[in-house]
Write a protein that binds this ligand. Structure first.
Ligand SMILES: *[C@@H]1O[C@H](CO)[C@@H](O)[C@H](O)[C@H]1NC(C)=O
Ligand SMILES: *[C@@H]1O[C@H](CO)[C@@H](O)[C@H](O)[C@H]1NC(C)=O
Ligand SMILES: *[C@@H]1O[C@H](CO)[C@@H](O)[C@H](O)[C@H]1NC(C)=O
Ligand SMILES: *[C@@H]1O[C@H](CO)[C@@H](O)[C@H](O)[C@H]1NC(C)=O
Ligand SMILES: *[C@@H]1O[C@H](CO)[C@@H](O)[C@H](O)[C@H]1NC(C)=O
Ligand SMILES: *[C@@H]1O[C@H](CO)[C@@H](O)[C@H](O)[C@H]1NC(C)=O
Ligand SMILES: *[C@@H]1O[C@H](CO)[C@@H](O)[C@H](O)[C@H]1NC(C)=O
Length: 426
């Protein structure tokens, strides 16, 4: 089981013998015995300590990896950054001049900042590269978040003209903003090349029984992104099947107060703070059907996103990109990773473990030992990357709230069965 231990024992024995014989040659018998006993005891303690740690690690890990224990100990204890899971991050610079919202990204405030990386297939980088390029830029001021996007497109096509239609039935550009990173009360916005828009507020993800608050559903009592402005610029001719188009660009001014509605986010944000954001582009396959475009029958849409959620499911805010706010000094700020990432990430690991446990057992569990085997990344919760995790569950096992403190116990991530995730000082 512990392949590493015999090697360790041999190493320690060799060490011990060396030290003992070197030292003993030069010493009197009494001192020799003392040194023997001292080194022997020290050796026993070390071996026991390592062995106990090794057992702890292998007990806490459900993987049957044959990797040497010592190597695993070193790696697991030195690396709780879960770097490879850290989402894409974009630094957004404040602007002292507001853009004209006409769809054209010609102002210096757009030209002077970097594009996001090109969008990827929603299922992740191992899936086909999108057929057309999509990228975005983001600026902000005390009142607005400004988004500009470029969508390469040879067949610019749009049909929906009624505000708050389900825009993704056309080709569209979509924005998702979760200002406080709780995955509750996030906002969604979709628009097509006709500048037709749809604004939604989700109290929580659909998978958690969230609902769409929009004027589509609730009429004038519904959420409608008050104060939002948008524009489209088309390089080509919209809906003309005889023209090979180049691209369309969109420009959107989101009022910050609307985005932050019913969240704990600060308005305006302070440089250094993070919001979570995601973009998506829905692209249908269309063909020239006489004088107009029609969707290719029985062909699903493509979903191209800034940060893959690894499933065709955009409503997983924990996978969304980090938007790091910065002052007006363009390119003067380096990206700084969220120092709470480890506990945020592990709180979500616990969330998914509890979810899988509930599917099997029809209840949530307060016993980490019982749940831990369902952690998507085996051993992530028990390898010592957090302080003591505590889960409290109601009597029927229907709801829970879990505390995931960092190793220094200064910060704690609190996750609930409804996916509400908040991090605060202890
Ligand atoms: C942590 O592990 C990841 C891969 O799991 C690796 O890319 C990264 O370099 C490691 N970081 C440290 C500080 O060891
Ligand atoms: C900032 O960086 C981007 C990307 O590297 C570059 O395109 C842009 O010109 C830079 N802007 C300034 C003002 O240096
Ligand atoms: C929808 O959002 C509006 C705010 O725009 C709010 O007044 C209303 O109560 C919400 N409706 C529901 C059902 O959540
Ligand atoms: C886009 O639509 C908005 C209303 O949602 C309107 O105010 C704006 O003038 C339109 N802009 C363009 C460029 O079509
Ligand atoms: C604001 O959010 C809380 C939960 O965080 C919810 O109970 C409340 O109904 C929400 N208020 C509105 C107006 O949507
Ligand atoms: C092609 O256009 C015709 C006329 O508008 C329409 O009835 C037909 O359904 C379209 N074909 C497809 C495959 O969509
Ligand atoms: C957007 O969300 C989807 C689904 O949650 C995810 O796959 C994708 O990576 C996210 N994109 C960005 C830029 O965060």
């Amino acid at each position: 089981m512990h392949k590493g231990v015999p090697v360790l024992l041999l190493l320690w024995c060799a060490c011990f013998l060396c030290v003992f014989f070197c030292v003993s040659c030069t010493l009197m018998t009494a001192v020799r015995v003392f040194v023997f006993v001292f080194v022997f005891v020290a050796w026993c303690c070390c071996c026991c300590g390592l062995d106990a740690a090794a057992v702890a690690v292998s007990a806490s890990s459900s993987s049957s990896s044959s990797e040497p224990v010592l190597a695993r100990l070193v790696r697991d204890n030195s690396n709780c950054s879960f770097e490879s899971h850290y989402p894409y991050q974009y630094v957004t610079y404040k602007t002292s001049e507001a853009p004209v919202i006409d769809g054209s990204l010609d102002e210096p405030l757009w030209q002077e900042v970097a594009w996001t990386r090109d969008f990827l297939d929603i299922s992740g980088p191992d899936f086909p590269t999108p057929r057309f390029k999509t990228a975005a830029k983001i600026r902000w001021d005390d009142k607005h978040l400004y988004i500009g996007a470029y969508l390469q497109e040879p067949q610019i096509w749009a049909t929906l003209t009624k505000h708050d239609s389900v825009i993704f039935h056309d080709n569209d550009f979509e924005v998702f903003v979760c200002p406080d990173g709780t995955s509750h009360y996030y906002k969604e916005f979709e628009m097509n090349a006709l500048n037709t828009t749809w604004s939604l507020c989700l109290n929580k993800p659909y998978a958690n029984n969230g609902y769409e608050n929009s004027s589509r559903v609730f009429g004038k009592h519904g959420w409608d992104d008050p104060g939002l402005r948008s524009g489209v610029y088309v390089d080509g001719v919209l809906n003309d099947v005889n023209v090979v188009d180049k691209y369309w660009t969109v420009e959107i001014a989101f009022p910050l107060t609307a985005l932050a509605y019913n969240t704990t986010a600060n308005v305006p944000p302070t440089p250094g703070e993070y919001w979570r954001i995601n973009f998506s582009r829905v692209e249908w396959h269309v063909f020239k059907n006489g004088s107009h475009y029609s969707k290719v029958p029985n062909t699903p849409e493509d979903n191209w996103v800034l940060a893959p959620t690894y499933k065709v499911a955009i409503h997983r805010p924990e996978y969304w990109a980090y938007l790091q706010f910065a002052d007006t000094h363009v390119n003067g700020t380096s990206a700084v990773k969220d120092p709470d990432w480890t506990i945020r990430f592990l709180a979500m690991q616990l969330y998914y473990a509890e979810l899988s446990f509930k599917m099997k057992s029809d209840r949530y569990s307060a016993d980490l030992a019982e749940v831990e085997q369902y952690t998507p990344i085996p051993g992530a919760l028990t390898r010592g990357c957090t302080g003591k995790i505590s889960v409290s569950v109601d009597a029927e096992g229907k709801h829970y709230s879990a505390h995931v403190p960092d190793v220094s116990r200064r910060r704690v991530a609190v996750i609930r069965d409804d996916r509400y995730l908040i991090v605060h000082d202890t």
